[in-house]
Design a protein around this ligand. Structure first.
Ligand code: NAI
Length: 402
């Protein structure tokens, strides 16, 4: 049962200016206060100049004043790694944890054991794989995300990434920056998207929107693979379901990954699966870095089996400087469309997931039921069907389709 409304309490701002810049604390002394811990990335000058950068430590999802007014404590930090990090220390008595996939506070089973008061984890965005969901279930912690908040943002990024790989855009742009001009060097590996076969692994909110957006490009086929069927009213005659993942990747010129990271998708695109992809095909991954094996992707690019790899997600974030994907190229020195994790954090998306985060916390504090579509795990079980097929029937109603 969710807790009842906490009374409104007076708050005070504690020594924010004397705290290190990677930690903000707003607190109250009331025994009824709820401690909220948020792990957000530091925005620095950009966050000062652009208040719509809500996902930053400085702008704190726009909820700091509201929580203060409600009488609760908010601790915001970007310091998230290691036992001495603010994240791990403050987690010990936090009741609500806010994290984002962009600067993930990795909530391991070990940390969940130590988080004695933790009841609710809110993912400000979509994708809660940085939380050990099985461990959360053991302690009956609810994990909720702001479903749908950035799915258009990502779908647009996927279409852009497909185009930049297929059309060989990045090396062409680099020529301009290098004051160079060599059309043949670019055109030798530039193609049209028209007439190509494109397939999505996962046809939920994002995968479906990618296919929708590709309809205008006259692709030869638009394929999808997912263990969940589309709702009848979302099925389209030009979207073709493929029953086996291996069959999908073997047919595609472009594969786009749009499923969550869970036990069954971790390392899914390994040497074996990539070897089943068409030679010279392109792979776009804006889902989660760890769905693709970092070494296998680099090998496939260098051997020419893959013509390009693009995306914004990395198996560790921030990505280390020596991550192989930073400098992984095809045999012609191109085919790298990697960027930092930002596809789902456009300014348009930030307002949606900031509002959604507030709504989830507000519902929790007032004992209201959560939107079903937002709940990933609760009461010791998976409420979402998207995080892998499980024997126990998921209780919630998160639809696979858009
Ligand atoms: P969704 O829950 O609407 O759809 C996910 C779909 O994947 C579901 O239909 C599910 O059945 C399917 N699926 C799960 N495991 C699968 C498997 N092994 N094979 C095939 N399909 C499988 O989720 P949505 O909103 O489409 O997001 C998908 C993922 O995209 C998120 O979980 C997240 O990891 C990632 N994402 C990335 C963002 C970014 O900024 N790069 C932003 C938002 C989401």
């Amino acid at each position: 049962m969710l807790p009842l409304l906490r009374s409104q309490l007076s708050t005070k701002l504690l020594t924010r200016n004397t705290l290190p810049t990677n930690l903000r604390r707003l607190s109250t002394t009331s025994p009824n206060m709820v401690k909220v811990l948020a792990v957000l990335y530091k925005g620095g000058k950009a966050a000062e100049e652009e208040p719509r950068l809500l996902g930053t430590l400085e702008n704190s999802l726009g909820i700091a004043d509201w929580l203060k007014k409600e009488g609760h404590e908010l601790v915001v930090t970007d310091d998230k790694e290691g036992p001495n990090s603010v994240f791990q220390k403050e987690l010990a008595d936090a009741e609500i944890l806010i994290t984002t996939p962009f600067h993930p506070g990795y909530l391991t089973a070990d940390l969940i054991q130590k988080a004695k008061n933790l009841k609710l984890c809110v993912t400000a965005g979509v994708g809660s794989d940085h939380i050990d969901l099985n461990a959360a279930n053991e302690k009956k912690i609810t994990v909720a995300e702001v479903s749908g908040s950035n799915v258009v943002s990502v779908a647009e990024h996927v279409v852009m990434s497909i185009l930049l790989l297929v059309r060989n855009f990045v090396p062409a742009h680099e020529q301009i920056l290098a004051d160079d001009w060599n059309v043949a060097e670019i055109a030798r590996n530039a193609f049209d998207l028209e007439g190509k076969v494109v397939g999505t692994v996962g046809c939920g909110r994002i995968g479906y929107r990618v296919l929708e957006r590709l309809q205008g490009f006259n692709c030869k086929e638009l394929l999808w693979f997912d263990y969940t069927d589309l709702p009848e009213d979302k099925k389209k005659s030009n979207f073709k379901r493929v029953d086996k993942l291996e069959d999908l990747v073997a047919q595609c010129d472009v594969v786009t990954i749009n499923c969550p990271l869970h036990e069954k998708t971790k390392g899914l695109f390994n040497d074996e699966l990539i070897s089943k992809m068409k030679k010279g095909s392109w792979l776009v991954n804006t889902a989660r870095g760890a769905i693709a094996d970092r070494a296998a992707v680099k090998r496939a690019l260098e051997s020419g089996h893959l013509n390009g790899y693009a995306g914004d997600v990395w198996d560790v974030q921030p990505s280390p400087k020596d991550h192989p994907w930073r400098h992984a190229f095809n045999t012609l020195g191109g085919g790298n469309g990697m960027v930092p994790h930002y596809s789902g954090t456009t300014l348009d998306a930030q307002i949606r997931y900031a509002n959604g985060t507030k709504d989830i916390i507000q519902r929790y504090l007032s004992g209201q039921e959560q939107e079903h579509a937002n709940v990933i795990v609760t009461d010791g079980d998976y409420a979402s069907k998207a995080y892998g097929q499980r024997e126990k029937k998921a209780t919630g109603q998160k639809p696979a389709g858009p």
